[in-house]
Design a protein around this ligand. Structure first.
Ligand code: BGC
Length: 342
C-alpha cells in the first residue's frame, strides 16, 4: 500500500506526464497570454454541477491548464464554462447556446448520461468536436463501445475506470489485520453510501469494492437491503450514516462511500455517535479531496482512492487541443486511480 507521501509523488508524476503527453514543443510553462493577433479558439466547457466537490477541483484545473497551454502554444483559448446545476434540461439549453456561439470544441461533463446520444448528435451535426469527461455513457456492460463515441471520429471519452477505484477501496479493507471484521464473528457488516443511481462510477464502485472482499474469501453482509443514495453529497452522507449508526449500532463495521464528500459526512456522524475509526469501525471513500486526506491523517477515515483530477483534466485539455488542430484522436483515454492510506 502506498504511503501518502508516495502518493503525492505519484500524483505529481501523473500530472506531469499528462502535461507532457502532448506532442507540442515544451514552452516556458508560463500562462502568459498570447499577443492580440494570436489565433483564438472558442472552447465550451459544460460541467454537470458546480456544487460537486470533485468537479470543482477538476474544472479549476481545466481553466489553469488551458492558460498554461495558451502560453506554450502561442494561441488564445477563449473558455466559456457553464454550470448545468445537476439538471439535464438546463445543460441541454447550454449546449444549444454553445452551438449558436459556434464553439470550436466542447468539453462535456453530462448531467445525465442517458442523454448522451441526443447531446452528442446535436454537437456532431453542428460540426463541433466533443470531449466527454468524468461520466462515461455506457450501453450494457460492454467496454469502450458506446456507439456515440466509437462511431464518431471527433468524439471521445476521458476518464478513470471506476472498477479500479472500487477494487482499491475494497483492498484497503482486505489489507486490514481483521479485514474489517471488528467483532470477529466471521462476517463484515457494512453499509454502502452510493452516488447517483444511473452513474457508472457509483455502480462500479458499489460492486467492485465488495467484490474485492468476497474475492479474498471474506464473508460480507449489507445491513441495508435498499440502496442508500447520497447523491455524492456530504450532508446526505452524514444523514445516511446517522440513521445507520442509530439503527445498527455496534453491528455496523464498515462504511463504504462512493466518494469522499459523502465519506466526510459519514466521518462527522461516526464522531457524533462516539465511534472510533480504526478501532470499532472503518470508513473509506474515493477521490482524495483535501478534507478526506486530512481526516485520514487524523485517523478519522481509514483510506481513500486518488481520483486524479489533474491527470484527467490535463488529458481532456490536451485532447481538445489535438481536436482543434485536426489531429486524429482515440475513442477512450484512461487515467489510473491510486490508493491513499496513512
Ligand atoms: C467522483 C465524485 C463526483 C462524480 C461526479 C466521481 O468520479 O468520484 O466525487 O461526485 O464523479 O460525476
Amino acid at each position: 500500500m502506498k504511503t501518502f507521501k508516495k502518493l503525492l509523488a505519484s500524483a505529481l508524476v501523473v500530472g506531469m506526464l499528462a502535461g507532457c503527453s502532448s506532442s507540442e514543443p515544451a514552452g516556458s510553462g508560463s500562462a502568459a497570454p498570447a499577443g492580440d493577433d494570436a489565433k483564438t479558439y472558442n472552447v465550451g466547457v459544460a460541467i454537470y454541477d458546480y456544487n460537486d466537490a470533485f468537479m470543482t477541483l477538476y474544472r479549476n484545473e481545466i481553466e489553469s491548464y488551458f492558460a498554461e497551454r495558451a502560453g506554450k502554444d502561442g494561441v488564445q483559448y477563449n473558455i466559456k464554462m457553464v454550470d448545468g446545476k445537476n439538471d439535464q434540461g438546463e445543460q441541454g439549453n447550454q449546449i444549444d447556446t454553445f452551438i449558436a456561439q459556434k464553439m470550436d470544441v466542447v468539453i462535456l461533463n453530462l448531467a445525465m448520461t442517458s442523454s448522451a446520444d441526443t447531446v452528442i448528435q446535436k454537437l456532431v451535426d453542428a460540426g463541433i468536436p466533443v470531449v466527454l469527461i468524468n461520466r462515461e455513457p455506457k450501453e450494457g456492460d460492454v467496454d469502450e463501445a458506446y456507439p456515440g463515441i466509437v462511431d464518431n471520429p471527433t468524439v471521445c471519452y476521458v476518464g478513470a475506470d471506476a472498477r479500479q477505484s472500487g477494487t482499491i477501496q475494497g483492498e484497503i479493507i482486505v489489507n486490514l489485520e481483521n479485514h474489517g471484521d471488528v467483532n470477529g464473528d466471521g462476517v463484515v457488516n457494512y453499509i454502502m453510501i452510493q452516488g447517483q443511481k444511473e452513474n457508472s462510477d457509483a455502480q462500479y464502485r458499489t460492486e467492485y469494492s465488495i467484490k474485492a472482499l468476497t474475492d479474498a474469501g471474506i464473508k460480507v453482509n449489507n445491513l441495508y437491503s435498499d440502496p442508500q443514495l447520497g447523491d455524492w453529497k456530504r450532508d446526505l452522507g452524514a444523514q445516511i450514516s446517522d440513521n445507520a449508526l442509530a439503527q445498527f449500532g455496534n453491528d455496523l463495521e464498515v462504511i463504504f462511500c462512493n466518494n469522499d464528500d459523502m465519506a466526510c459526512g459519514a466521518a462527522t456522524s461516526i464522531e457524533k455517535y462516539g465511534r472510533k475509526v480504526g478501532e470499532d469501525i472503518y470508513l473509506v471513500g474515493v477521490d482524495a479531496i483535501q478534507d478526506a486526506v486530512d481526516l485520514i491523517a487524523q485517523g478519522k477515515m481509514t483510506g481513500t482512492v486518488l481520483n486524479d483530477h489533474i491527470g484527467q483534466s490535463h488529458t481532456a485539455v490536451d485532447v481538445a487541443i489535438d481536436l482543434l488542430n485536426g489531429k486524429e484522436i482515440k475513442n477512450y483515454y484512461w487515467v489510473d486511480y491510486l490508493p491513499v492510506t496513512e
